[in-house]
Design a protein around this ligand. Structure first.
Ligand code: SF4
Ligand code: SF4
Length: 217
C-alpha cells in the first residue's frame, strides 16, 4: 500500500511556530500517519499532554478519518466551537492534509510533521520511497527498477565508478541500484537496454506547480 511518509518536526521548531499562540486545537489523521505512528490517536494525545505541560490551552483534539479528503470539512464541523476558540490548528498529518484543512477552514495552521516522501510498505513497519514522480519515467528500460529514486546520485546512466561488489559507495549497506538493474535486465535477456544512453532529465517534465487536466471528450 502506498503511504505518505512523515516524521515529527523537532520540538524546538514546533515551539517556535506556536510562539504567541496559546489556544490550540490538535488534528491527527486516521490513515498514513496512524500507520507510521506520527499522527494517530496516541500521538495526538501525547502532543496534547506535552503542550498542556508547557502551559498551552488545548481547546480540543480529534483524529479525522482521511485528512486530505474533501469530507474532512464536514467531519470537523462538529468541532466548530472548539476550533473557533483556538488561535491555531496544530495539524499532525502529512502536508496534503495540512493544505486541505488550511483551504477548508481559513485558520492559522501549524504543521507538526515533515512530509518526507510517498512510500510503499516493503516489510512490516518499513517504508521505501519508490518514485519521486519525476515526470519522465524510464523504468521501461531499467527492468522496472527506478534509478532516479534509488541511486544516491540519481544517475540515469549508471553505475558510477564507486559501485563495489554490488554495493553503493555512498552507503555500503545498500545495494547499488545500477547493479540491481544490470542483474534484472540480464535475467530478462534485455541487457541491450543498459547500452542505451539516457539523455539528461527534462525538468520541464515536472512543471511547478504541477497540474493535470483531463482532455476534453
Ligand atoms: S523514473 Fe523513477 S522517479 Fe521517475 S516516474 Fe519513473 S519511477 Fe518515478
Ligand atoms: S554506487 Fe550505484 S547506487 Fe551508489 S551512487 Fe553509484 S551508481 Fe548510484
Amino acid at each position: 500500500m502506498i503511504r505518505s511518509i512523515t516524521q515529527p518536526k523537532p520540538e524546538e521548531e514546533i515551539d517556535r511556530l506556536l510562539e504567541g499562540l496559546s489556544r490550540i486545537f490538535i488534528i491527527g489523521c486516521g490513515t498514513c500517519v496512524t500507520l507510521t505512528r506520527t499522527g494517530g490517536a496516541p500521538e495526538v494525545q501525547a502532543m496534547e499532554a506535552k503542550l498542556s505541560d508547557k502551559g498551552k490551552l488545548i481547546t480540543g483534539h480529534t483524529v479525522v478519518p482521511v485528512a486530505c479528503d474533501n469530507l474532512t470539512r464536514e467531519f470537523l464541523n462538529e468541532f466548530g466551537p472548539q476550533i473557533n476558540q483556538a488561535d491555531t490548528l496544530l495539524i499532525m498529518t502529512c502536508a496534503f492534509g495540512v493544505q486541505t484543512i488550511a483551504r477548508q477552514l481559513y485558520k492559522t495552521v501549524v504543521p507538526a510533521l515533515n512530509t518526507m516522501f510517498i512510500g510503499k510498505e516493503t516489510a512490516v513497519g518499513l517504508f521505501d520511497e519508490i518514485c519521486t514522480q519525476c515526470g519522465t519515467c524510464i523504468i521501461g528500460e531499467t527492468g522496472g527498477i527506478c534509478p532516479v529514486t534509488n541511486c544516491h546520485k540519481g544517475l540515469l546512466n549508471g553505475p558510477c565508478g564507486g559501485t563495489n561488489h554490488g554495493k553503493c559507495e555512498i552507503d555500503i549497506n545498500k545495494d547499488c541500484v545500477w547493479t540491481s538493474i544490470y542483474n534484472r535486465l540480464k535475467e530478462l535477456g534485455r541487457l541491450d537496454s543498459m547500452r542505451r544512453y539516457q539523455p539528461p532529465r527534462n525538468h520541464l517534465g515536472e512543471p511547478k506547480p504541477g497540474k493535470f487536466k483531463l482532455p476534453a471528450v
